[in-house]
Write a protein that binds this ligand. Structure first.
Ligand SMILES: Cc1cc2nc3c(=O)[nH]c(=O)nc-3n(C[C@H](O)[C@H](O)[C@H](O)COP(=O)(O)OP(=O)(O)OC[C@H]3O[C@@H](n4cnc5c(N)ncnc54)[C@H](O)[C@@H]3O)c2cc1C
Length: 595
């Protein structure tokens, strides 16, 4: 009996290490829903127990049911039928049915729509667990953000029409943004939204690369103001997948074969507007994409975890030169670095999810501020702080976890040697599935553009200053000094970049964001090493277990000490002032090939 929740000691640890009780109190609004809904928790302990129960059952479903189907899903893919309908791969259809039965398709939706009303931290854990079993299924499971957007911004009748069905798993959704000429640059969206004489909205035009475009409920970004270019000419609409929605093609792609990627033609499709006109991109889609970015970070974690486990096992069992290959320094180095990168990524993802939960909690609380003026002021300040931090940590998580999962899956194949290249092992599938994570929901380059603002405006420094104020075990005090040195270097790099203008910031943004992430992760790992949680974890030595905090202290040490010279080198590069990218492109890149 495999259980992808129970067998993951890091997830188990983090759920104890984090203050889930406080998060539960926030999302349950002091447990006021318990009086009205039987499923709502009555107190912190009840809520946390419920989170564990749901993750446990999802862990079993993922381990026993979804994972064994992943290979056949990958080989079979989806089918575009002659009548324009799409059939999922058999394993995907079966797993979706099981997920609906398990009542986990409304993870963060409110109780009143039949949702679980769980915090994002738990949703992130759930996405990782499902992705580890089958990354392509996660694409459909993870589209719960469609329902969240409807819940956050649509009028009540629209919520009533769709949200119960989402929670019950009767419908799935799609996020319909991209067009042939509007990818990263969504401000260029052209698909037309227009009104008829009876004031009803319709959609006309083409969208491409739409995950689960065959889903029943489509959220579509469209140009409602024909005379207005840019983002302010766009509104968000919801429509059913009726007879005027034509799936013209399913993409034939490298990975995530179980996730149908559709080209859609909307032929005067009736629809309804979400929220207010002209706020489609600037408010609603930005919110939708931020949630989805955390989802992709969690998906990346699941893929990396799956690949690591295969490599870890292989490194112990494969012998060359008379020894298991894990005895060879080059191999054991890869194995350790994979594991460390995964735990660093998970630390960042959970912290990001926690901050987003706090941000949402503050936003709700600000709507009904306390009478006490000081408390109300504090609440407003907190709300602003969490918003700024979430705005920076979200793209950081998406960037770090997706790039990390590509490195980990690449190295997994390397650990397996020739066998890793063959379809006999799942790591080649993991590597193919991983590749998309740095592209959709905004490429890594776009995540850097979003994150570097927070690094250069002081949000990263303020956050780290707050981390530095927390209490730590003496065992990591020397590491905290290294982190403090790193922060000084980062300040130097930021000052240099600011002096050299926006183009320079675009050019060296990646280096600054890399440094900031390494430092933030360093603090998070030091916090984990200083945990109060009493938990024993197995080592590779049979029968030998040690306290988790001891393992985390060693992880923090390796992570911080190995990154320190890298941070110095990155800041040196930033401050060296090389502008050949601007001045010598024509020479360095050479001509465009003509054949
Ligand atoms: C499998 C799959 C599923 C998808 N699912 C969905 C979906 O469900 N809904 C949806 O709406 N879309 C979806 N997409 C579309 C996806 O979000 C876009 O492909 C992605 O945003 C990139 O857009 P593009 O492909 O047009 O690349 P482009 O925007 O053309 O980018 C090409 C290159 O230029 C770089 N670049 C562009 N602008 C900048 C910039 N300002 N700064 C630095 N670099 C830049 C990019 O990083 C990239 O390297 C999906 C795509 C795929 C492949």
């Amino acid at each position: 009996m495999a259980n992808f929740f129970k067998d993951n000691d890091d997830i188990q640890f983090l759920l104890m290490h984090m203050d889930l009780g406080t998060l539960a109190r926030t999302v349950e609004e002091d447990f006021r829903f318990a009086a009205e809904f039987e499923s709502a928790p009555v107190d912190e302990a009840d809520a946390v127990e419920n989170y564990r129960l749901v993750l446990d059952s999802l862990g079993r479903l993922s381990g026993d049911f979804i994972a064994p189907r992943a290979e056949s899903v990958d080989r079979e893919g989806n089918t575009l039928n002659s009548d324009g309908s799409v059939s999922y791969a058999k394993g995907i259809a079966e797993s979706l049915e099981k997920l609906a039965q398990a009542q986990v398709m409304g993870f963060t939706l409110p109780h009143r729509f039949g949702g679980l009303n769980f915090p994002n931290v738990i949703y992130s854990a759930a996405i990782e667990i499902v992705s580890r079993a089958d990354a392509s299924l996660m694409n459909i499971f993870g589209l719960q953000g469609i329902a969240e957007t409807i819940n956050a911004f649509a009028d009540e009748p629209i919520k009533q029409r769709y949200l119960h069905d989402f929670s019950a798993g009767k419908v799935t959704g799609a996020m319909v943004l991209t067009e042939p000429d509007a990818g990263s640059d969504l401000q260029s969206v052209k698909l037309r939204a227009f009104k008829d004489a009876n004031d009803r909205w319709f959609l006309h035009g083409v969208k491409r690369f739409i995950t689960n475009g065959c889903g029943e409920v489509l959220l579509v970004l469209a140009r409602s103001e024909p005379d207005r270019g840019g983002g302010l000419g766009l509104s968000l609409f919801v429509c059913d997948r009726g007879p005027t929605v034509h799936i013209r093609r399913l993409e034939d792609k490298l990975g995530i074969h179980g996730s149908p990627t559709c080209e859609i033609f909307f032929d005067n499709t009736p629809c309804e507007i979400i929220g207010e006109r002209q706020r489609g991109l600037v408010t609603y889609v930005m919110s939708l994409m931020n949630g989805a970015r955390i989802g992709i970070a969690a998906q990346s974690m699941g893929i990396a975890e799956a690949a690591f486990r295969v490599a870890r096992d292989y490194a112990a069992s494969r012998a060359q030169f008379g020894v298991p290959i894990e005895k060879l320094p080059a191999v054991r180095d890869m194995v350790i670095d994979m594991k460390l990168a995964i735990e660093a990524g998970r630390a960042l993802l959970y912290e990001t999810s926690r901050v987003v939960d706090r941000e949402i909690g503050c936003m709700k609380a600000v709507e009904n501020p306390p009478q006490d003026k000081e408390l109300a002021k504090q609440l407003k300040n907190d709300s602003r702080k969490y918003k700024r931090c979430a705005g920076m940590l979200t793209p950081m998580s998406k960037y770090y976890c997706s790039e990390m999962c590509n490195r980990v899956t690449y190295d997994s194949i390397q650990v397996l040697g020739g066998s890793g290249f063959m379809r006999d092992y799942p790591v080649e599938r993991h590597a193919r599935d991983a590749r998309i994570t740095t592209i959709y929901e905004g490429t890594s380059q776009l995540q850097i553009v979003a994150a570097v603002r927070g690094v250069c405006s002081g949000t990263a420094e303020n956050l780290m200053a707050e981390y530095a104020e927390q209490s730590y075990t003496p065992e990591v005090h020397d590491l905290l000094e290294r982190l403090a040195e790193g922060r000084e270097l980062l300040k130097k790099g930021v000052a240099f970049v600011k002096d050299n203008g926006n183009d320079y910031m675009d050019l060296y943004g990646r280096a600054l964001v890399d440094v900031a992430i390494d430092l933030i992760n360093g603090y998070l790992l030091c916090r984990q090493a200083s945990t109060n949680v009493e938990m024993q974890v197995q080592t590779a030595e049979p029968g030998v277990a040690i306290p988790m905090r001891q393992r985390k202290a060693q992880m923090a040490r390796r992570y911080i000490l190995r990154n320190a010279p890298k941070i110095e080198a990155l800041v040196d590069m930033v401050c060296a002032g090389d502008k050949s990218t601007f001045t010598a492109y024509e020479v360095l890149a050479g001509p465009v090939p003509t054949d």
